[in-house]
Write a protein that binds this ligand. Structure first.
Ligand code: SAM
Length: 286
C-alpha cells in the first residue's frame, strides 16, 4: 500500500468528488429520519497543504485553490457554497493550510441523528483518521479492508444513506473490484445511494467499466466525468469520474449546472469538458 492521498488532496479530482458527495449528503438531510454514510476508503480525514507531500505536487493549487478564487454565477455559487464553507471552516484564520477529506466533509454535514462509518486499511492513515474523530460518538473509524464493508456492513441499521467507494487504483483490477463490490453491496442494500470514484486515464478501460456496469442490471446509474485536458499520450490523470447509483432525483440537474463551471475553472488546456449521462435507467439517452 504505497498510495498516499496527501500528495493529491484538494486536487481537481477531489474538488469534483467532494462537491458531488456534499450534494448527496445535503439531499439526505431533507428527511428527519437518520442516515448513515459509509466511507470505505476514507484516507486520513484532514490534509496538511503546507506539508511535505502536498508541497511536492502543489496539486491543490490548481484544484480547490482555483475554485476559492473563482467567480461563478449565482446558481453555481449557491450549489457549491456548502463545500467552500466547509473548506473555509477548516481554515478559520484565512490561510489555506488544511484540506478536509471525504470523512471530514461528511462530518460537517451530519445532524445529531446521523452517523458516519469510515474505513481505512493503511495502519498509519487509520491511526491519523482515528485521531481526527477521537471522542466523536457519531463517527466510527475502523482499520479494515473497505471492500469487506460492501458485504457484512450492509445494510446499515438506519436503512438509508450513502456508500462512498474511493479506492486508490494503485494495483490492477480496481475497476473489476468496483463492479463486483457494487453488485454485492446492491444486493444487500438496494435502496442505498452508492458513489464510486474512478480515474479517467485510459478511456478504453473506462468504456469497459461502463459496459460492465450496464450488464449488472442495476437500474439507476448516473455517470459524471470531468476532463481537464484532451487524452494524454502517456497514461495520466486527464479526468475524474463518479458513478452514482440511486442518485437523488435532484442531482442530475444540479450537476448540469455545476459541471460546466467546474470544467472551465479546472481546465488545463484545450478539450476540457464533462460528461453527464444515465448509463442505466429510464433517462438513458437513445
Ligand atoms: N476518500 C478519501 C477522500 O476523498 O478524502 C481519499 C481516499 S484515497 C483515494 C484512498 C485511500 O484508501 C487511501 O488512504 C488508502 O490508504 C486506502 N486504502 C487502500 N486500500 C484499501 C482497502 N482495501 N480498504 C480500505 N482502505 C484502503
Amino acid at each position: 500500500m504505497n498510495y498516499r492521498h496527501a500528495y493529491h488532496a484538494g486536487n481537481f479530482a477531489d474538488v469534483v468528488k467532494h462537491i458531488i458527495l456534499m450534494r448527496i449528503v445535503l439531499y439526505l438531510q431533507r428527511k428527519d429520519q437518520a442516515f448513515r454514510v459509509i466511507d470505505t476508503h476514507a484516507g486520513i480525514g484532514r490534509y496538511d497543504l503546507q506539508g511535505i507531500e502536498a508541497g511536492k505536487t502543489n496539486e491543490w493549487q490548481s484544484g480547490v485553490g482555483r475554485l476559492l478564487d473563482a467567480k461563478v454565477d449565482a446558481k453555481v455559487a449557491e450549489l457549491i457554497q456548502p463545500y467552500l464553507d466547509i473548506v473555509r471552516a477548516e481554515n478559520a484564520d484565512g490561510t489555506m493550510r488544511h484540506y478536509p477529506g471525504s470523512p471530514l466533509i461528511v462530518r460537517h454535514l451530519l445532524r445529531r441523528q446521523d452517523r458516519l462509518s469510515a474505513l481505512e486499511l493503511h495502519p498509519q492513515d487509520a491511526e491519523l483518521l482515528a485521531d481526527v474523530f477521537e471522542g466523536d460518538i457519531q463517527v466510527r473509524v475502523t482499520k479494515l479492508d473497505g471492500w469487506l464493508a460492501l458485504g457484512a456492513h450492509l445494510p446499515p441499521k438506519e436503512k438509508r444513506g450513502l456508500v462512498l467507494v474511493d479506492p486508490p487504483f494503485e494495483v490492477g483490477g480496481e475497476f473489476d473490484r468496483l463492479v463486483d463490490g457494487l453488485v454485492r453491496a446492491h444486493k444487500r442494500f438496494s435502496g442505498g445511494i452508492f458513489a464510486l470514484w474512478y480515474p479517467v486515464k485510459d478511456r478504453q478501460e473506462v468504456r469497459r467499466f461502463v459496459t460492465a456496469l450496464q450488464e449488472t442490471g442495476i437500474p439507476k446509474i448516473l455517470r459524471a466525468e470531468l476532463m481537464i485536458r484532451a487524452p494524454s499520450a502517456e497514461p495520466r490523470l486527464d479526468g475524474t469520474g463518479m458513478i452514482i447509483v440511486n442518485p437523488p432525483y435532484t442531482l442530475d440537474d444540479e450537476l448540469r449546472t455545476i459541471l460546466p463551471a467546474l470544467s472551465k475553472i479546472l481546465s488545463e488546456g484545450q478539450n476540457a469538458g464533462f460528461t453527464l449521462d444515465w448509463i442505466r435507467g429510464e433517462q438513458v439517452a437513445t
